[in-house]
Design a protein around this ligand. Structure first.
Ligand code: NAD
Length: 497
């Protein structure tokens, strides 16, 4: 019988008193690995009260000490990198290489948090008026919340709590109920690094837990990453309750392929960017836009995709793993069937994929369509599986028009040898993250993760300078000191004139 995992409340790992649990399964076998509790109302209140109390002391801890906590944490994460990757692979099904990448991209944000002193410097100016000076101070907000998706259970929690806590806030993490083992281990290591009691809390559960956090008067800011409908709900409800909210949502990312591009580079990058991690990445390429004669490469693309064999994470030859759940697989199968019914041409169909020795896995093979139009659900909906849709256009401007008409704006890339075409594309395209001959342009943490349009609701983005601004407030102090007061009661003599 699988064991229930604990929650981190008030500095202790506590068993939940709930009677409701969610099964955490191995997506390659359906084996139940653990049970995630649905936090009770009392547990949610206890976590918030503890985070609120801890804020009063944590905010006074000098910034260099807060940075040192992050240095120790970074060191521990690196020491436990492979162990974390194996936990992560076990509950997500990701290949070990992908799982290691997930952990590593999170560690890079912790490294950024070590630099918090420079990131929190304000601005000063003397003599803004006669004898008057102004200084802006950057201060933490209070209790912040992070709600994270299943597809990056290390990286995305690490986008959030290290930076928020380094900035002087306290934090409540509500990870995805589908893979909560990695986040729990991340939190254990954070405590081991010396995080004081109450600075980080971890609650488990689904919608009800999120809704209690969204509306609670003691929560100041909410950082969310997940699907579009949930992101819209989080943004609307959180802001209606006067909270600061950033909600990173779903995507449909286009790669534009110019006929002058390097064909070999295009095809290998396209295969990896569409099917890597079974297409369960918010920056996966799900639409390939072939401009002019580059459409001749579609047959070769099909041949390369047909080579991909999914499999379990323990097998180093697995090209990618299973989908996270049976529901996720059913959803993708439905979209593939709808695409066929709507008249798209299915060049490669992974619907009936099997993996020897793993009859119960949520397998789906690489799937390729062409002849897709913008009205088809294959194009409109985020598929979140190893499914690539090919569109064909006559010119770069037609490609830009297509991409800009999409409601999403997370990432895009262009492959070309022409600097002029690349510059025109990067300037004109209405997408927040653009790659030039780079298929998945996820910014490193000294920049910010800047999705646009329907892929992001809010103003300030994740990590980098914007991440720090999201978790802080600016206080502007204007001061004047009177000469007679500054000498009164002292034997100091000052000569002003
Ligand atoms: P999801 O929206 O189903 O769940 C995300 C989180 O919200 C989970 O913690 C979940 O418990 C909670 N949640 C689910 N339903 C809820 C509800 N009705 N009310 C309140 N909370 C709810 O997303 P997912 O399936 O875990 O993750 C995949 C999605 O995340 C994809 O759409 C992907 O594009 C997106 N994503 C976006 C980014 C980005 O940076 N834009 C990054 C990673 C993932």
């Amino acid at each position: 019988m699988a064991k229930a995992i604990p929650q981190l409340i008030d500095g202790e790992w506590r068993e939940s008193r709930t009677r409701e649990f969610i099964e955490v399964t191995d997506p390659a076998t359906q084996e139940v690995l653990a049970l995630a509790p649905k936090a009770t109302a009392e547990e949610i209140e206890a976590a918030i009260a503890s985070a609120k109390a801890a804020f009063l002391t944590w905010r006074e801890v000098p910034v260099s000490e807060r940075a040192r906590l992050m240095l120790r944490y970074q060191h521990l994460l690196k020491e436990h990198h492979d162990e974390l990757a194996e936990i992560l692979a076990g509950e997500t099904g990701k290949t070990l290489a992908d799982a290691k990448g997930d952990v590593w991209r999170g560690i890079e944000v912790v490294e950024q948090a070590c630099n918090i002193a420079s990131l929190m410097m304000g601005e000063t100016m003397e003599n803004v008026a006669r004898d008057i000076d102004t200084a802006s101070w950057i201060q933490p907000l209070g209790v912040c919340v992070g709600i994270t998706p299943f597809n990056f259970p290390a990286m995305i929690p690490l986008w959030m709590f290290p930076l928020a806590i380094a900035a002087g806030n306290t934090f409540i993490l509500k990870p995805s109920e589908q893979d909560p083992l990695t986040p729990n281990r991340l939190a254990e290591l954070f405590i081991q690094a010396g995080a004081p009691k109450g600075v980080l809390q971890v609650l488990h559960g689904g919608r009800e837990v999120v809704d209690s956090l969204l509306t609670h008067p003691d929560i100041r800011a909410i950082s969310f990453v997940g699907s579009v409908p949930v992101g819209q709900h989080i943004y609307r409800t959180g802001t209606a309750h006067l909270k600061r909210v950033q909600a990173f949502a779903g995507a449909k990312n286009h790669m534009v392929i110019m006929p002058d591009a390097n064909k070999d580079q295009v095809l290998s990058n396209l295969v990896g960017a569409s099917c890597g991690a079974a297409g369960q990445r918010c920056m996966a390429i799900s639409v390939a836009v072939f401009v002019g004669e580059s459409k001749q490469w579609i047959e070769e693309l099909r041949a390369q995709m047909a080579e991909l064999q999914p499999g379990p994470w323990q097998d180093p030859h697995s090209a990618f793993g299973p989908l996270i759940s049976q529901q996720a697989k059913q959803r993708v199968l439905r979209l593939i069937a709808e695409g066929k019914a709507e008249g798209a041409e299915c060049l490669l169909d992974g619907s009936h994929c099997t993996v020897a020795g793993y009859p119960n896995g949520n397998w789906l093979g690489a799937t390729l369509f062409r002849g897709v139009t913008p009205k088809m659900s294959l194009y409109r909906d985020e598929i979140f599986g190893p499914v690539l849709v090919c569109m064909e256009v006559d010119s770069l401007d037609a490609a830009i028009e297509l991409v800009n008409a999409s409601p999403y704006g997370n990432g895009t890339s262009i492959f070309t040898r022409s600097g002029g075409a690349a510059r025109h594309y990067q300037h004109a395209v209405e997408v927040g993250q653009v790659g030039v001959n780079v298929p998945v342009p996820v910014p490193l943490p000294f920049f910010s993760f800047t999705g646009w349009k329907g892929s992001f609701y809010g103003d300030l983005h994740a990590y980098g300078k914007q991440g720090v601004r999201f978790f802080t407030e600016t206080k502007t102090v204007t001061s004047r000191w009177f000469d007679e007061d500054s000498v009164a009661g002292t034997n100091m003599t000052i000569h002003l004139k």
